[in-house]
Write a protein that binds this ligand. Structure first.
Ligand code: NDP
Length: 246
């Protein structure tokens, strides 16, 4: 039988928006208790209020001391995390030809997408290992494996997440813990508008140019498929593309 997510404790980064929000919402619908971790406090609070069984945690995954202490800030029953969804990420400033890029932009992207993800994992994984159970879902991107022009630092950060996921899976091979990497193709979220500095029209033009995109719920469904597998099944990687069929 499929594993149930009922009563499991999940920790979702970037939960205030897009894919993270869809995953958090679906986890709550499946009876999980969910820590909504995001730096966007204004969106987080009303979202948590609307999702029974969730708690907001204002957290910047680039803030080392805050991440290291994040479990201490949570109610005791929510400290034993069963499911970590490493989803927070951005590509601000990273969309340009490499020879025109700046080291500050590269650092900001790699700091969040790769080091931030590592920081959160470092804070939560030891508890999982000690309890002998846990699932980690890492949100990378198709650009971890496939050439997408003009996004060198983003692709490099996601390729880092891809390899890190592989390494972790290897290190944890003797344990019941599972590492699930999801590589989404273009998905309709704020990340595109954010990249265009909040210009929704530019974001729409971007989607029009490609003609097809996934919805955040499509990626969430992939996460649930993997998480609901029986304990002996590890869906290691999912590479997800949109089609132009509706
Ligand atoms: P969104 O921008 O909609 O959501 C990302 C969320 O993460 C935002 O709430 C954002 O907050 C938050 N976040 C960013 N940086 C931090 C930080 N340092 N600490 C805490 N929270 C942070 O984007 P998506 O839902 O699209 O992105 C989710 C993941 O999916 C990302 O890792 C992205 O790279 C990946 N992805 C997305 C694709 C797409 O086409 N949309 C395709 C492939 C992968 P804020 O609003 O303040 O920035």
């Amino acid at each position: 039988a499929d594993a149930s997510l009922e009563g499991r404790v999940a920790f979702v980064t970037g939960a205030a928006s897009g894919i993270g929000r869809a995953i958090a919402t679906g986890l709550v619908a499946r009876g999980a208790r969910v820590v909504l971790a995001d730096r966007d406090a204004a969106t987080l609070e009303p979202l948590a209020a609307s999702l029974a069984g969730s708690v907001p945690l204002v957290l910047d995954i680039n803030d080392g001391p805050a991440v290291a202490a994040c479990l201490d800030r949570m109610p005791e029953p929510l400290r034993a995390i069963d499911i970590l969804v490493n989803n927070a990420g951005h590509d601000i400033g990273g969309r340009t030809r490499f020879d025109l890029g700046s080291a500050d932009d590269w650092a900001a992207i790699i700091e969040t997408n790769l080091i931030g993800l590592m920081r959160v994992t470092r804070a939560i994984l030891p508890g999982m290992i000690a309890r002998g159970r846990g699932d980690i879902v890492n949100m990378s991107s198709i650009s971890a494996l496939r050439l997408v022009p003009d996004q060198a630092p983003y692709s490099a950060s996601k390729a880092g997440v891809h390899m890190l996921s592989d390494i972790l899976r290897g290190e944890l091979a003797e344990t019941p813990l599972r590492v699930i990497e999801i590589m989404p193709g273009l998905t309709r979220t704020n990340i595109v508008a954010t990249r265009h500095r909040g210009d929704q029209e530019a974001a729409e033009r971007y989607f029009e140019r490609f003609g097809m995109a996934l919805d955040p719920e499509d990626i969430a469904r992939c996460a649930f498929f993997a998480l609901e597998q029986p304990a002996h099944v590890q869906v290691a990687q999912m590479f997800v593309l949109p089609t132009n069929r509706w």
